[in-house]
Design a protein around this ligand. Structure first.
Ligand code: ADP
Ligand code: MG
Length: 267
């Protein structure tokens, strides 16, 4: 039997209460179910505001959200209550839709710390530099990026490549990539798409959840399963052909039956 690496069961989640929104919060995720087997790549597609980034953040344990029902299992273990760094140590990686700038921290040093914290591997700066060089070549990134401050002054495409560079270094067991393809031009899309593919080839057991609006990046990634998220629920799952249907029919065709839902009015 192939084992489920990752399982989401009836997941409901909402932003945590703050003084301003106290009592007005409704669930954004309204019953998400998903099973990813070892080595599988799943695509999650959905319109703006459907809850894709919320799901990515909740999977990573973002403190700004609370799970109101359901659970998240990783290798059969309930990780719903774990802190983000604990999830990172288990081998879960999130590539952010909007990577944060960290002024004063060089890419090189950041990567060294990330590798040490996530995997307990302590490499010297020289070893990190050597390891990154080869990965940067694959992503067609200039070596000078290593000595720049993390994401500071990076273009949108450079930030996304840097997320994939991080993933290449950390070799996670599960990578959740939130719109890594958005904001990329066609050349950058090809580089990032083939980069993700070669990371998978070098580590076939790695699983991935690739969140995207568009079919384009999936042409490089050949997903095993495609899911459509509308108003906080997966309304349809299927093979790669589902991405073609999204592309030709748009998301409107999937909205019927999704219900206006509790997430309405939060856009
Ligand atoms: N921290 C938050 N506080 C209030 N509303 C939020 C928060 N995070 C997400 N939302 C709302 O939840 C909905 C889904 O957002 P998001 O998950 O970013 O969608 P997507 O990534 O699919 O475009 C949106 O209406 C958004 O405004
Ligand atoms: Mg998003």
């Amino acid at each position: 039997m192939t084992s489920a690496l990752f399982e989401i069961q009836d997941l409901h989640a909402r932003p945590v209460d703050t003084e301003e929104n106290s009592g007005t919060n409704l669930d954004i995720l309204r019953g998400v179910d998903l099973v990813i087997l070892e080595g599988e790549l799943h695509a999650l597609m959905g319109p703006n505001g459907s809850g894709k980034s919320t799901l990515a953040n909740v999977l990573m344990g973002h403190p700004g959200y609370e799970v109101t029902r359901g659970k998240i299992l990783f290798r059969g273990e309930d990780i719903t209550g774990l802190a983000p760094d604990e999830r990172g140590r288990l081998g879960i990686f999130l590539g952010f839709q909007y990577p944060q700038e960290i002024p004063g921290v060089k890419v090189l040093n950041f990567m060294q710390t990330a590798l040490s914290r996530r995997k307990g591997i302590d490499l010297s700066l020289l070893e990190i530099r050597l390891s990154l060089m080869e990965k940067m070549a694959m992503l067609e990134m200039d070596q000078s990026f290593m000595d720049r401050h993390l994401n500071e002054g990076f273009s949108g495409g450079e930030k996304k490549r840097n997320e994939i560079l991080q993933m290449a270094l950390l070799e996670p067991d599960l990578a959740v990539l939130d719109e890594t393809d958005s904001g990329l031009d066609v050349d950058a899309l090809r580089i990032v798409g083939s980069g993700i593919r070669s990371i998978r080839e070098s580590k076939p057991a790695m699983s991935a959840l690739v969140i995207t609006h568009y079919r384009r990046i999936l042409e490089y990634l050949e997903p095993d399963r495609v899911h459509v998220l509308v108003a906080g629920r997966i309304v349809e799952s299927g093979g790669p052909g589902l991405a073609d249907r999204v592309d030709s029919q748009g998301f409107d065709a999937f909205r019927q039956g999704a219900g206006a839902g509790a997430s309405g009015g939060r856009t």
